[in-house]
Design a protein around this ligand. Sequence first.
Ligand code: NAG
Ligand code: NAG
Ligand code: NAG
Length: 981
Amino acid sequence: MFLSLYITIMMIDFATTSYYLLKISKKNMGILFLFYSLVCIFLIVSDSFTSSSVMMHHLCSPTEAFALLHFKQSFQISDFRRCLDVTDLQYVDIPKTKSWNEGRDCCSWDGVTCDLFTGHVIELDLGCSLLNGAIHPNSSLFQLHHLHTLNLAYNDFNISSIPHSIGRLTNLRHLNLSRSSFSGKIPTEISHLFNLVSLDLSDNYDGLQLDETTFETILQNLTNLESFFLVPKLENLKLGDNDLLKGVLPKIHPSNTTLLELDISNSGISGELPDSIGTFSSLDILNLKGCQFSGSIPDSIGNITQIRYLDFSYYHLTGHIPSTISKLKHLTILGLSSNSFSGEIPDYFSNLQELSYLDLSNNSFIGSFPSTIVSLTHLQHLHLSSNSLSGPLPNNFSMLQKLTQLGLWNNSLNGIIPSSLFSLPLLGELWLNNNRFSGLPNELKINPNFERLSLSHNQLSDFFPQSLVNLTNLSNLDLSSNNITIDEGIQITFPSLQILKLSSCELKEFPHFLTNGKRLLFLDISNNKIRGKIPNWFRGIRWDNLRYLNLSHNSLTGHLPQFHFHNLEFLDLKFNSLQGPLPSSICNMNDLEFLDISRNNFSNSIPSCLGSMSSLKVLDLRRNNFTGSIPPLCAKSTSLITIVLNDNQFEGTLPFSLINCSNLEVADMGNNAINDTFPAWLGTLEELQVLILKSNLFHGPISSCQSTLCFPELRIFDLSHNQFSGSLPAKVFGNFKAMIKLDGEDTGKIRYMEPDMIPLYTSYEDSVSLVIKGQDIELERISTIMTTIDLSSNHFEGVIPKTLKDLSSLWLLNLSHNNLIGHIPMELGQLNKLEALDLSWNRLTGKIPRELTTMKFLAVLNLSQNLLIGSIPQGLQFNTFENDSYGGNLDLCGPPLSKQCGTSDSSHVPQPLESEDESYFFCGFTWESVVIGYSFGLVVGTVVWSLVFKYRKPEWFVEFFEGIYPKKMRRSMKRAQRRQT
Ligand SMILES: *[C@@H]1O[C@H](CO)[C@@H](O)[C@H](O)[C@H]1NC(C)=O
Ligand SMILES: *[C@@H]1O[C@H](CO)[C@@H](O)[C@H](O)[C@H]1NC(C)=O
Ligand SMILES: *[C@@H]1O[C@H](CO)[C@@H](O)[C@H](O)[C@H]1NC(C)=O
């Protein structure tokens, strides 16, 4: 009753105001009054009718209340308390259903809305209500026929499918089932919801599938549909696994669709972009980013004349952008990046005067910078990076008064960077890196808002650009890889500078202006020509924010000062000539994760506190002159992932504290003077992949592991040039599980770094130096297919164990220069990934087993200097080996040796070898010739599946160099790569 009175008053009020506002004539006013009076009478009558029914029932019908309660009871209330939204995080303590009880009118329950007049439940909002369980097809939910709005987003329906009975709720206008762990096929019955205005099925469990006919009927039947969201789960995108929604965009017939928003971005929908796209003529937003469409954009795109947001990025679209796009006069956001569009950037973008965001990056556009674009006065973001644009930039940017971000990196633009760019009042980020710009104007009126400027990898020369010195808000400056140096006298303040990258320039000294950089967080002046001692003023600096310091690849000398950078996380001093001891102040850097001081002349023993640094992940001390014993690494922490001590003069034994390094992946202690027995106890380190102990004073037999774990992940095992003795450790080999399975085929583990995942800091890649097929080669990256066992130059005795055959992924096996006896086991022929086998300089007897010819990748074979006899097997790879593979044996015959089989003089007894060197020449055998021999053959693999320590978290990262690896491998990697992208 009160309600209708209120409405009546409101209406009268409205009518009178309308009168004044619209100055309605008196006659019309009379008609209006009559109309309103009729409405009021109707309202009062109907209201008294409903009020009387209120007196008889609850406002909410008991059947509906019962249905709701029943629905509630069909779920568990889960205990996770977070509803993760892409944009914000909601925390839920009390589920909405908590207020649901029979004692109260159901219309007052949380999340329930009833029709004011009929009392029917018309809205059910249980978004983010901690519901857990499946919705049964007979669920009481489907008795709520009057529902207009149903929101079940952000719950957990337990990977169940969307029940087909949803089609019974024919009054639904808004249906939101997003982010709720639904899976399976989207039921066709959804297309029975004729009144649907918005439909959101985004971000559900992996398997939500939309078949083509359902999609087609949805678009065809739901003529009121205005928005349709079907974006798959975000986490899955990161894995690049976007085959979640299979199907193609249906070819719908010209119809009167009213769809305003269609977002099926990143779904697996594929095929050619249909010409019928133009029939969605009412669209305001079309987001097809990251779909799998191919072909070109159809001309009909020009029919969607109302569209404001169009995103076709990350496709396989080719050809030219159709000129009809110029009809889309309301476009404000246009994303066409990461396709294969070619030709010049067309002029007709200049018709899109509303554009505020234009992204054409990562295509194959050629020609010069499109001068017409500078007339788009609303433009805020412009990205043309990673194309093949060339020539100089125009100097008429002054119309782009709203531009805040300009990305032109990775093109071939040249000339002087125009001054009009810098004076744009709102421009804050300018990315011009990886071009051929040769300079900046001498005088620049730079807007003070400038924050980020990247000019790296250009051809700037001479001195630090004078025109940049007044950028008071600059926080991020990258000038690396240019030919610039810094004028001593230059006055630069940069009070806001946080990130400064000046690597690979021509700096001759530490830039003195850094004394002003109080907020510096990241400083990279690596790879310059800085000579001499670290200057005193730099020693004295206190940068409390500094996290990253890279001074590597210079010619720094003298002692390392006690730095005052207590918050440093990353310190790289490699490739300098620093000397003296490592100051213990390093250990005060509690957050230090990465310490690389390799390839210097540091000496003395290293501070034992290094073993207690709780954040340290990478410790690389290789190629210095450190002496003394290895400190107790991992004494108080388990963070170390990589320890490289190679090529120093460490003595004593391996510290037993290493057994705590549970995250250790790489342990390289080679080329020192460590006097110890085999550390079988390291076998318990479950992550250890690389163990290099070569060229030390290790001795004694290889004892088997005492625990069940025995180097389960080991791939590189190098004990060469020690004094190990006893028989070959057949049992230990048998436990090398990583060598038994082949990781290269297990692509599930391998992920690709995406551009936005590249950490702020650089990545450290583990590198080791191995004798690969006779040459000491520093591997820049360690691949997981490089499984090697090198036990050469020790005193091993006895026979070659047959069980070696089980190490099926073995890539290189070197047992040379030992005292091995017996036959070459024919089982070795089963090592079908083996590329190099060296058994030379032993006392092996018998014939060369024919089975070895089945090793189809074998590129290097050295069986020389043994006591082998008989004919050399022929065929396959064996036809590629030459004399030097067999020299110095007792009685081998047949090609490639000149000695023919069956003609030998049986009385002939070969002379025992006087010394190794003589026989070396006697055989005409040198490692170099071997290297040359195979470099035309099956090539040395260097970079494949890499073991990379990424600064923030270690992860498998894959990269490979074209042309180095055998074709077959390359193809399979490309396939893997394509699967990922
Ligand atoms: C579109 O709407 C018009 C007028 O409402 C109607 O005549 C026509 O049949 C409709 N077209 C289709 C394909 O439904
Ligand atoms: C849509 O675009 C195509 C190609 O530009 C054109 O031939 C067709 O007439 C257009 N249809 C409508 C309804 O405007
Ligand atoms: C290694 O250590 C043992 C015992 O500690 C010692 O007898 C031996 O001489 C050492 N070897 C070398 C080469 O220094």
